[in-house]
Design a protein around this ligand. Structure first.
Ligand code: ATP
Length: 379
């Protein structure tokens, strides 16, 4: 990666096509501001519409383009009306996770100043944690393998392996150390969310997690049952630092977390493996608002920031890490005075308004009292 950063861009379906250009425009502007290399984008057709058009949601050519890229940026995929024979949705973004073993699904959750949260407690302004959702096994390992016997019994089997549990646990502890190094927490802590009191697979996951924890004694480790964790998500989410959990639990808790900080339009994500990574807003294709111009691009923009941070850390390129920090600071500046209100929060600010506000904040340069970058804390 000497001249340009090669990004495979998969806008996908629905509002994925609307928020992706916004995110990449902001990323390009941030790179220009820091003197970083430009983004060379290769657009790749994939998703439910691609399945309707071509008979495959993710062609071999598309897979090869993703494999060859420095990073993969994805908008959103799937349309409720486009399903496989067993009734499940077309979801090539899940295939990418399995293909490149993207075991660490990183979901930063941060209260953006000026964006209302549903919690009345003033400490909600301090919400700043990261969910690490294991993304290649757990209950999702059953995807495509579930069985229905005699139209009477259906089975999907959860899989937890030592190898992946060790990897994702190590990732979570490393994330806690990074966050502490950047001043985001005074007491780095990894919380394992499981159901070890009931299921053998979770008891095993906890045992492996504890082994990894013993090798990271500078970081506190704790366990919370998934049901109890939902109470804490609502009652005291500011007490979380890094959460690591199984795939299905992470899927559900990520949406709960997004709801704490404004909704799906504010929830960025990255799926990270040892060699590849996919960056995408945590939301889906939102067919109910596609084509209306109302999609909030903030999650997509912050995901692009995470991509810059990951590339910068991976390749030792400071301008990319700095650009990631600028993206997040520009988002904060755009929302700071509370007047930019998106549709999930009852406002009328749409894709264009938010993008313009973030680009304007970037052009205006850094404000003196910005909080530290979330994006740069996540590699
Ligand atoms: P998936 O299963 O593909 O993750 P989902 O069923 O969780 O998708 P989403 O597509 O994420 O559904 O949408 C859930 C709700 O949130 C919808 O009402 C949608 O309009 C809204 N929503 C999602 N993303 C955004 C966004 N960026 N801006 C505004 N509203 C959004």
């Amino acid at each position: 990666m000497t001249n340009a950063i090669n990004i495979a861009v998969l806008p996908g379906d629905g509002i994925g096509n609307e928020v992706t250009p916004a995110a990449l425009a902001v990323a390009a502007a941030a790179l220009e501001a820091t003197g970083g290399p430009p983004l060379a984008q290769r657009e790749v057709h994939a998703g439910a519409q691609c399945y309707l058009d071509t008979g495959t949601p993710l062609s071999d050519e598309a897979k090869a383009a993703c494999e060859a890229a420095d990073a993969i940026y994805l908008g959103a995929m799937g349309l409720p009306s486009v399903r496989t024979a067993d009734g499940t949705e077309i979801a090539p973004q899940l295939d990418l996770r399995f293909m490149f073993e993207l075991y660490a699904g990183v979901r930063p959750t941060r209260a953006i100043p000026g964006v209302p949260t549903p919690l009345s407690d003033p400490r909600a302004a301090d919400i700043d944690f990261a969910i690490i959702r294991e993304s290649t096994e757990g209950l999702f390992a059953a995807r495509g393998k579930g069985v229905v016997e005699d139209d009477e019994v259906a089975r999907d089997t959860q899989v937890i392996t030592r190898r992946v549990t060790e990897k994702v646990s190590r990732f979570a502890f490393a994330e806690a150390r990074r966050r502490a190094a950047r001043g985001r927490t005074g007491s780095p802590t990894v919380t394992l969310v499981d159901k070890a009191n009931v299921f053998t697979s979770f008891a095993f996951m906890r045992r492996v997690f504890d082994e990894v924890a013993r090798a990271h004694e500078d970081v506190a480790a704790e366990h919370v049952y998934v049901d109890a964790s939902t109470l804490r998500f609502v009652g005291a989410p500011w007490t979380f630092d890094v959460i690591v959990t199984e795939n299905m639990f992470g899927d559900i808790l990520s949406d709960l977390a997004a709801g704490l900080v404004g909704g799906m339009g504010y929830a960025p994500s990255a799926d990270i493996g040892d060699t590849h990574a996919v960056f995408q807003p945590a939301h889906g294709s939102a067919p109910d608002i596609m084509g209306t111009g109302r999609a909030n691009p903030t999650a997509a923009i912050l995901s692009a920031g995470m991509m810059l941070a990951w590339l910068g850390d991976k390749h030792g390129l400071d301008p990319l890490v700095e650009a990631a920090a600028l993206v997040e600071a520009a988002v904060d500046a755009a929302f700071a005075d509370g007047s930019l209100r998106t549709c999930e929060l009852g406002g009328s600010a749409g894709t264009r308004d938010v993008t313009d506000a973030v680009l304007a904040a970037l052009a205006a340069g850094p404000a003196p009292t910005r909080r530290q970058s979330n994006a740069s804390s996540t590699v």
